[in-house]
Design a protein around this ligand. Sequence first.
Ligand code: ATP
Ligand code: MG
Length: 415
Amino acid sequence: MRRSQLFTKTRKQAPADEVSKNAQLLIRAGFIHKEMAGVYAYLPLGKRVLDNIVQIIREEMNAIGGNEVNLTALQRREPWEASGRWSDEVMDVWFRTKLANGTELGLGATHEEPLTDLMKQFISSYKDLPAYPYQFQTKFRNELRAKSGIMRGREFLMKDLYSFSVNREEHDVFYDRVSDAYDRIWQRLGIGNVTYKTFASGGSFSKYSHEFQTLSDVGEDIIYVHEARKIAINEEVYNDEVLADLGVSRDELIERKAVEVGNIFTLGTKFSDALNLSFVDEQGSTQRVFMGSYGIGPSRLMGLLAEHFSDDRGLVWPENIAPMRVYLVRIGTSDQVVQKADKMYEFLQSKGISVLYDDRNARPGDKFADADLIGLPHRVVVSERLLEQEKIEYTHRASGESLLLTEDALLDKLV
Ligand code: ATP
Ligand code: MG
């Protein structure tokens, strides 16, 4: 992509009303636009980052048997009434709306009810199980506080997977597979070392649920970390009982702030009871389907990664998350330089390397500042002076390493 064809611009100052670092950086770099508190639009560079995060999650969900779907954001009242959740007391962050004829609708904050209802069309026998539908969907929640930028949106992207199993044994096996898939996702996103499987409160079918909490000073959750065992306990269940269950003592734990990036939850038959989702087992008797739910927040992750991978000059994207890999800077406007830079742009792309080409007639200092702020992993400079030496200047954003290279040596760096 050429900068001259990218409609977004960078800005020196973040909006005065934006307090979170992730939104400040992402707005300044032109990745997102703040529509109102907790509601953000994703611009071309931001969309590419979010898509990269989504694709990593998608690959890991498909690898454990997930079937991707896309459920509706507008939801009927009846399934929610059946589960007893059509009420502001139970669902405190619910947005609701009405059809012209007065029929009340919900705006999807989560999808247990409509999906359980939908699955009745497809599940009637043990042969139809297990089933693992999942989606990436915009969720709507009337969050009270929205001061964490895209880490807590009123409109945000969620990956929600739901499992439908014949019994608890089958469920438990899948539950652990999701946990392992989640660990692979954190590794691929570069936050594996700071993300802890955390014991949190369960429902009526399981003593605990598990959250995946990433250490961060801006985290809204308090967790107690056991570094050696790579687990943690959420403060909401931090008591003698859980310590005994896990066989750990208080003096082995460190209190930390963290961000919940995902969670896994045993729902049991709560929703299949409420919505009458059953199957006939091998012996011919009717049983309730045993369920679980598994969430991840891709847009929250993008905010977290922006905070985690940044310095005083701007964003520092990891290789597999960055919107493009190379920021190509053209210094000078002579025919020779323009031709050389254009050729370099074509050449890198022909090698499968994605490039943001700063082809604007802007000051070198502005281009370098933009390269730093936008934070692509590699910066390549083509200039008059370098042309004479038949060299290209290469700089690695994360380490600051800077080298004068031939074209071949540059390619070695990038592939
Ligand atoms: P929190 O305690 O942070 O409000 P939650 O328990 O409400 O989270 P779930 O309903 O389980 O979260 O949602 C699944 C995942 O969606 C969370 O683990 C988180 O990554 C993400 N998520 C939840 N709420 C938001 C939000 N308001 N903005 C962005 N991501 C969110
Ligand atoms: Mg919440």
